[in-house]
Design a protein around this ligand. Sequence first.
Ligand code: SF4
Length: 466
Amino acid sequence: MASTATTRRKSLHPLPILDETALLEAFSAEGVKERHAHTIWRHVVQQREALDSIHDKVNIPHKAHDIITTRFARTTSRVVERSDSSDGSTTKLLIELQDGRRIETVIMRYGHVQLRSFPEQLQLRRDDGSVEFRSSRRATVCISSQVGCQMGCTFCATGTMGLLSNLTSGEILEQLYHANGVERIRNVVFMGMGEPLDNYEEVLKAIRAMTDARRFNLSPTRISISTVGVVKRLRQLATDAPGVSLALSLHAPTQELRSVIVPTSKAWPLERILEATDHFIRSSKKLSSRYHKNQAVTMEYVLISGVNSSEETAHQLGKLLQPRKDDVCLNVIPYNPTDVPFDYQPPSASETEAFGSIVRSHGITVTVRQELGQDIASACGQLVVTREKDRADAPTSADIEQASVARSESRWHTTQFRRWMTPTRQLIKRERGVGALRWGVLGLSVACCAALAVGMVVMRQRRTVR
Ligand code: SF4
């Protein structure tokens, strides 16, 4: 689904220096050579140099200096809030864009940190009673590609916002820049707010900068795109961004159940999404020798108790993935309670384990995602939705001009959201209705028996009277 007319076009002033198109266009218009842009990016990203001091450090033309200091900024966004989880594993940055809208960027540390919520069997208990989780992996940043999201996944706080705007490549890269200021980032996952394949061109530009040795210098294999499955883009991805990893947000093994959890998936049948995924796998395999890695596609599965967690569903999922068992792995994500209008419940540990074992019995590699940073609302969109509510209680004058646009956007999203949510509500009611129905049938039977007994007594008395 393409971005709708409700998405506002960005016209930023100053422009982000990390926005490749903007800087190259400005240089080209003034006859400045492209190589100077690369020098500037290297100093900004790797030395974290201020724009007005680059001129003193390296030899760039005066024209280039004038352009970057008058029309560009090192960052056009700012970190307005930083929250650290009590176990030290997660840091969440609330970032305000130039237009006042806010996005989230989450840094996850995999190393010697204490994790209270990590599964017992994977914890290492020290002599002093404290718990440690060991991993050889380094810091990963989870970044946003849009403000809000139009996919409307029913378990996701961002989905309740609707799509408010697409981020430019510069704004996407600024998240990595801010995160690098907190922790040395080694992995990037596009799993924050938004559907990355719905903002395809800007995401591709950002990936190009991330993998450029003169800029962020990350290996493409350390960049992961998470998508609900925008079929056309999914088919292009392996060619357009060779080497990147793919995570498909599956959440259900059938189209019927999936369209309840991911309402917009009605536009893309599961069969076509899996075909496109197979295409991605085949294309990636051709490239695997170049990237020294046989990439497995991760199938993400948010496990919601009583919705997609039954034994039958687990078998259906196992059968669906079985033909791809060498190329995919399943990542079960126990539902993390968040601000959505459903009474979704997280699965118990035994429910999660049973679900995973059934899928595993079909030959699929299954992992269970560790829960990081629950005490800082680390689920996607949670912090923004919470803070937007706080801000709504204290409106600022800067928003007055946009108020009418925002109200009409909000009305549109509320209507869409209600329309999408209807089948989900019906599913939950149906699940719960089974129990209520049983009691209803029992009550009715008792009432009928009682009425029959009373009727028989009355008839007998009448016969006696005659
Ligand atoms: S889970 Fe991802 S795709 Fe779904 S609504 Fe949330 S941000 Fe969008």
